[in-house]
Design a protein around this ligand. Structure first.
Ligand code: DER
Length: 227
């Protein structure tokens, strides 16, 4: 079956994990949207902590009670999509320009489950361009310094400012996104640290040691992966 059917199956499988009384992190993107819809249909007594305005709007429209990060009890479970699922459930995220709020919610969660269609699974991260969130002030200068950080990791490319209809994409927090077409990321942890050391970089789409489980939709049903 096609990718959307696989996303839906993974999202519905994840919704079955939620118990009444939970505080649930709500991811961003098309796979996470299937999860939110399936969760809403269960009409459980839960509080949802959204990772983007888009998810907050969707959840609210479906009757899910919303709480802001830090204003609720501890988050029991976060369910979210990914652009790539690599070894040890290392991830690339940020295709939807929500990586900063996503990472903040993930890091505040007792458990995180990533949901994806089969095509997201890769042997090595990096085919999907790595999103890097930067502050708008002096971003072209920051981009040059990101080049140096990438070069230190033997990645010889320049990141590209993400645009939509010719305009720079702004995150919910008002920052900009650069995408780095790395090709293959042999040492994700080394690259993650190098990027975070660049002044002006807020965060990036490498989610390492954050996913506790993955539910992957495949033509033969939903499979579960452990790190
Ligand atoms: O932007 C994000 O991090 C999304 O979760 C993205 O990684 C997955 O989006 P999709 O479910 O629409 O493919």
């Amino acid at each position: 079956n096609d990718a959307d059917a696989q996303k839906r199956a993974a999202g519905e499988a994840a919704a079955a994990l939620v118990q009444s009384g939970m505080v649930v992190g709500l991811g961003t993107g098309s796979t996470a949207a299937w999860f939110v819809k399936a969760l809403a249909a269960r009409k459980l007594d839960i509080i949802g902590v959204p990772t983007s305005q888009a998810t907050a709007d969707l959840a609210t429209s479906l009757g899910i009670r919303i709480g802001e990060l830090g204003e609720t009890r501890a988050i029991d479970l976060t369910v979210d999509g990914a652009d790539e699922v690599g070894p040890g459930l290392s991830l690339i995220k940020g295709g939807g320009a929500a990586l900063l709020r996503e990472k903040l919610v993930w890091e505040a969660s007792k458990s995180c489950v990533v949901i994806a269609d089969a095509a997201k699974q890769v042997k090595t991260l990096g085919k999907f361009p790595l999103p890097i969130e930067v502050v708008a002030f002096g971003h072209k200068t920051t981009a040059l310094r990101i080049c140096d950080a990438l070069a230190e990791c033997d990645i010889g490319i320049a990141p590209a400012l993400r645009r939509k209809d010719g305009e720079p994409v702004r995150t919910d927090g008002g920052n900009l996104i650069y995408d780095a077409h790395c090709g293959r990321i042999e040492e994700p942890a080394v690259l993650a640290a190098a990027l975070k050391s660049v002044t002006g970089v807020v965060d990036h789409g490498l989610f390492l040691d954050l996913a506790d489980r993955a539910l992957i939709g495949t033509p033969d049903g939903v499979i579960e992966l452990e790190p």
